[in-house]
Design a protein around this ligand. Sequence first.
Ligand SMILES: CC(C)(COP(=O)(O)OP(=O)(O)OC[C@H]1O[C@@H](n2cnc3c(N)ncnc32)[C@H](O)[C@@H]1OP(=O)(O)O)[C@@H](O)C(=O)NCCC(=O)NCCS
Length: 270
Amino acid sequence: MTVLRLVGVPPTAPRIVRAPDGEWRALDGDQSVGRARAVQRPDRRWFVALDSQRADAYEALLHAIAEDLQQDLYMTVDESDHELLQRCRQLGCTVNRREDEYLVPTDADVTGLTDAALPAGLGHVSAAEADEDQLRALDEVLREDVPGANGWVNDPRDFREYTFDARHFDPMTYLVAVDEATGGYAGLVRVWNDPGNPRLGLIGVVAAHRRRGVARALLATAFRALHDRGFGQVAAEVDVTNAASTELLRRLGARRTGGSVELIRGWRPA
Ligand SMILES: CC(C)(COP(=O)(O)OP(=O)(O)OC[C@H]1O[C@@H](n2cnc3c(N)ncnc32)[C@H](O)[C@@H]1OP(=O)(O)O)[C@@H](O)C(=O)NCCC(=O)NCCS
């Protein structure tokens, strides 16, 4: 049996119920007029996804989530959705950061990655053969330098399940650069193989090995595998302040296709 718990909302707003499956629902009488979910990521940020055509339901849902969680709330909105952005601003959300979306060609004749190679002393292995503890630690180190992802702490089981999920894991496009002398990990590229839609999940190199061509060499190998299979381009997102990554992709011939806005609604007690 489904048991719903009532939470407090302003008297004129639609009624908000909290379902045991974690969803917040907006009701007008018996009629559902909106729903929302909030998920806490491993960097402890709460991300909210709201679905409603009614402004008052939107407001009531956001209000209820904030009251229940008493946390800053984050939302990602397409930059072209001006109506939603305006609505969110009216509800106290401000812009936290922005991302550009790109399509990056995989053809080495276009990217210029024909001769890209790892510097002497570095080799690479597929994530499928990597040491899982080292890979997880590398992921956390790299995320510290990715805008909007710092403070990320992986749960070992969740990391394993997500990484090797057969729906997107590709051993040919998730590669780790290894220092051959020490066995230390120097960087990684991971292109998730979302069916028919390869997406660059992360390209990252540890600080001590940057500006030596490691990123270009890893991308060259992963892109070659994709190109050989007929994938002509890879989707990627980069924070607009991330000058190194933007320049890296720009030089590969990346084409901007759009963007997204990350909003934050700071928690403040009523
Ligand atoms: C972006 C990043 C992966 C680049 O790795 P890298 O191994 O240093 O890159 P490469 O040496 O292969 O550089 C290739 C080109 O990228 C550009 N580039 C790299 N770092 C740059 C920087 N700090 N400023 C400007 N351009 C830069 C340059 O065009 C460079 O070519 P050049 O050295 O001939 O000028 C690395 O800086 C990094 O790990 N950053 C933190 C993680 C991150 O933000 N990842 C991207 C998330 S989308």
